[in-house]
Write a protein that binds this ligand. Structure first.
Ligand code: FPP
Length: 249
């Protein structure tokens, strides 16, 4: 039985979030510059997106650039941004052919102008696609997102549009960049690091976390299948007892 055949298609996570980590180390192991790792990371992105869409995953969110990544050397930032522009431009047709919608979360206005424009263009061209939504987290950090949500709610309270007692989970979620998306049930991080690194802190509250030593440029569909099989073998309790969960089945 192949790994893919082990996946129960009736119990797929509707949203998978990934921290693509290890590009730099992958390149260094090969005696190359870090950028070489990012370039090969694009192949992993392509294969993972294809694998997720083929299975029927509805949302796939990739952490492509964090707010903290702005602190990297300028040459690496420039190379990453031009790689993003190039990749988004080159892949828009394929996204359309495969009925995949592109969205982005993060402080998009802080991106270089050409990157912002390319992204807006690709999002607009793929807006009506239905099979899967590919979400790129760009210049994203969860604390930034949460603070923005708090500021927006505070503004509404100040203007008398919202009563503090009406601030519940739904009202708060609606102010996040991910408003309208299901919460990720599975979060994958590559490269052996066991951290969440300011990624979807609110949204990952009940997610299963899966860590693999594979460095991102080596990640392929098979690795995705492995993570999903692992996820499906876990019992999701949402604070209940194992007995309660079993009796609900
Ligand atoms: C983490 O590896 C990776 C990134 C910060 C960038 C991810 C970008 C890509 C895969 C390329 C383009 C993506 C898209 C969506 C088109 P690292 O540099 O932190 O590696 P290290 O931990 O080994 O140093």
């Amino acid at each position: 039985m192949s790994l893919k055949e082990k996946i129960d298609l009736s119990k797929l996570p509707s949203h998978i979030a990934i921290i693509m980590d290890g590009n730099g180390r992958w390149a260094q192991q090969k005696g190359e510059e870090r950028v070489f790792g990012h370039q090969h990371g694009v192949e992993a992105v392509r294969d993972t997106v294809e694998g997720a869409a083929e299975l029927g995953i509805k949302y796939l969110t990739l952490y492509a650039f964090s707010t903290e990544n702005w602190n990297r050397p300028k040459e690496e930032i420039d190379a990453l941004m031009s790689l993003l522009v190039k990749t988004i431009n080159a892949e828009t047709k394929t996204l359309n052919k495969n009925d995949i919608r592109l969205q982005a979360i993060g402080d998009l206005k802080s991106l270089p102008g050409d990157c912002y424009e390319e992204l807006q263009d690709a999002m607009q061209k793929t807006a009506s696609n239905k099979r899967m939504t590919l979400v790129l987290a760009l210049s994203y950090s969860s604390r930034w997102e949460i603070l923005n949500a708090v500021k927006e709610l505070a503004e509404e309270v100040k203007n008398g549009k919202l009563s503090p007692s009406a601030i519940d989970e739904a009202a708060f979620s609606a102010k996040l960049c991910t408003a309208g998306m299901p919460e990720p049930e599975l979060m994958i991080r590559t490269s052996g690091e066991h951290r969440i690194s300011n990624y979807l802190l609110w949204q990952l509250a009940y997610a299963e976390l899966y860590f693999t030593d594979t460095l991102w440029p080596d990640f392929r569909k098979e690795d995705l299948y492995e993570a999903i099989v692992d996820y499906q073998n876990r019992e999701r309790r949402f604070g209940k007892t194992s007995e309660q969960v079993t009796n609900e089945k």
